[in-house]
Design a protein around this ligand. Structure first.
Ligand code: SF4
Ligand code: SF4
Length: 369
C-alpha cells in the first residue's frame, strides 16, 4: 500500500487537525505517540514513515481515538496499516516476531505446542463440539495455556454446566483467532487464520459461539466478515442465564466490587451493561464504578500486541489499581484475560497485594454457585 492509498483508505484529508485523537490517547505521553501528527505527515509528505519502535508499537488499539474523533475517522486502523509496512520490512521487535512465528507454527502466540491446548480441561468433563452440541465454547489461546487465566475457563465451564448449557470445545483442533496478529499488522497471517478457522467452523456447522476473550469476540464479530454463526462474549451469555433464572446461588459474596471495562468489550463493541448485570447478579455484592468507566474507561495496555512488548514508563494498569484501592473496592473485576493479567501484575508492582483481588466476572459468579 502506498501513501496515497493510505490517505484514501483512512480518509485522511477529512481530518480537521483538532487533536482529539492524540489528546485522548492513553499512551501518547508515555510513548510520545502523536497519532494526529503521524497521519498529517503522510498527507503532507506523501511518504510512509515508520517512526521509532516505541511509538509504533505503543498503540494498544484501544480505539479511544476513533471514539473521540468528530469526523468518524479511525486513527488506530491507520497505525495498524503502518505496522503492516514495518512487519513487511522486518522492522519488528524480536518478542513480537516470536509471538507471530509461534502463531504460525503452533496456533498460539505463547510458544506452546498444539497437542497441549486442551490440557487445562483434563480434570473436567467437557465434550468435543464434534460430538454434537448447541454452543461452541471457543476457549482462546491465553485461557487455554496461561495457568492463571485457565481459572476463567474453568469457572465459565462450572457456570455453563450449572445452567445446563449444551456446549462443547474444539479441543486441540482449536486455533488462534488472530486478534493480536491483526493488531500487530501481520495481515497475511491473519487471513490464513480466518480461512483455517472458518474451515473448522463450517466442517462442524457451528451456529453459536461463546468466547472468554473480548479480543476473540471482537475479531469473530467484526473482522471475519462471516455471518454463519452468532458470537457472544461470556458476559452476555451469563447475564442472559441470570436473567432467565438458570443460575441459582448457594453463597453470598459480601464484597465491594469495582468493574474495569475491557476496551475490546466496551469501547469497541458497546458491551457495558451485561458484565455489570453479572456482577450485580451475585448475591451480596456491592458494585462500585471508576470515575473513568464505560466509554471513558482507561485502557490496561494489554491489546494491540502489547502483551508481547513492554513500553517503559508508568503502566496504565497501575493507575487503574490505585484508583480501585482508593474507591474502597475489595475486588477489581474484569472480563478479559489480558486485563486480568495486566491488572494482577499491577497489583504486585504497586504493592497492593492483599488489599485488592483481581477476578474475572466468571470467577466471581462461579464462587457464589
Ligand atoms: S487506539 Fe488507543 S492507544 Fe492506539 S492511538 Fe488510538 S487512543 Fe492511542
Ligand atoms: S480526532 Fe479525528 S479529526 Fe481530530 S485530529 Fe484526530 S483524526 Fe483528525
Amino acid at each position: 500500500m502506498n501513501a496515497q492509498e493510505l490517505v484514501q483508505k483512512h480518509k485522511l484529508l477529512e481530518c480537521i487537525q483538532c487533536g482529539m485523537c492524540t489528546g485522548s490517547c492513553p499512551v501518547s505521553r508515555k510513548a510520545n505517540l502523536n497519532i494526529r501528527r503521524y497521519m498529517r505527515e503522510v498527507v503532507v509528505t506523501g511518504r510512509l514513515i515508520v517512526h521509532s519502535q516505541n511509538e509504533l508499537w505503543s498503540c494498544t488499539t484501544c480505539s479511544t481515538c476513533s471514539i473521540r474523533c468528530p469526523k468518524d475517522l479511525n486513527p488506530f486502523e491507520f497505525l495498524i496499516d503502518i505496522r503492516s509496512l514495518a512487519v513487511e520490512e522486518g522492522q519488528i521487535a524480536p518478542t513480537l516476531r516470536d509471538a507471530l512465528e509461534s502463531v504460525f507454527k503452533n496456533g498460539d502466540p505463547w510458544g506452546r505446542i498444539r497437542s497441549q491446548r486442551s490440557m487445562w480441561a483434563q480434570d473436567l468433563t467437557i465434550k468435543l463440539f464434534s460430538q454434537g452440541a448447541e454452543v461452541l465454547y471457543f476457549v482462546g489461546c491465553t485461557p487455554a495455556y496461561d495457568p492463571r487465566v485457565q481459572e476463567i475457563a474453568k469457572s465459565l465451564v462450572k457456570c455453563l454446566n450449572k445452567a445446563g448449557v449444551d456446549f462443547g470445545t474444539l479441543g486441540n483442533e482449536e486455533n488462534c483467532c488472530g486478534s493480536e496478529v491483526y493488531g500487530m499488522g501481520e495481515k497475511g497471517l491473519f487471513e490464513f487464520l480466518v480461512e483455517e478457522n472458518m474451515k473448522i467452523f463450517n466442517k462442524y456447522n457451528v451456529k453459536r459461539v461463546v468466547t472468554t476473550c473480548p479480543h476473540s469476540y471482537h475479531t469473530f464479530k467484526n473482522r471475519y466478515g462471516q455471518t454463519s454463526f452468532e458470537i457472544q462474549h461470556h458476559a452476555q451469555l451469563l447475564a442472559n442465564l441470570i436473567e432467565k433464572g438458570k443460575l441459582t446461588f448457594s453463597k453470598k459474596v459480601n464484597k465491594k466490587v469495582i468493574y474495569h471495562d475491557p476496551c475490546f468489550l466496551g469501547k469497541q463493541n458497546g458491551v457495558y451493561d451485561e458484565p455489570r448485570k453479572v456482577i450485580e447478579g451475585v448475591p451480596g455484592v456491592t458494585l462500585l464504578e471508576f470515575d473513568r468507566s464505560r466509554e471513558r474507561s482507561l485502557c490496561c495496555e494489554g491489546g494491540g500486541g502489547r502483551m508481547w512488548i513492554d513500553i517503559p514508563g508508568e503502566r496504565l494498569a497501575e493507575i487503574r489499581v490505585r484508583d480501585a484501592v482508593e474507591s474502597g473496592a475489595e475486588i477489581l473485576a474484569t472480563a478479559c484475560p489480558f486485563c486480568l493479567l495486566t491488572l494482577e501484575d499491577a497489583v504486585k508492582t504497586t504493592g497492593f497485594e492483599g488489599k485488592v483481588q483481581v477476578l474475572d466476572i466468571a470467577e466471581l459468579l462461579s464462587s457464589a454457585l
